[in-house]
Design a protein. Structure first.
Length: 52
């Protein structure tokens, strides 16, 4: 019963990677999700990247 669960996690991980690759400007999307002054003034570093 552990195999389907692991497979699902792998698929979700692959989907996230594909979304990041196909997104031409991930910083723009992240700034829309978290429209904070710090995110706008520091576009090269987002602490949320480790979570996302």
């Amino acid at each position: 019963t552990d195999l389907p669960r692991k497979q699902t996690q792998a698929n979700a991980s692959n989907t996230n990677t594909q979304l990041r690759r196909t997104n031409p400007n991930p910083q723009k999307r992240e700034s829309q999700i978290t429209p904070r002054p710090s995110a706008l003034t520091t576009p090269t570093h987002y602490p949320e990247r480790g979570i996302l």
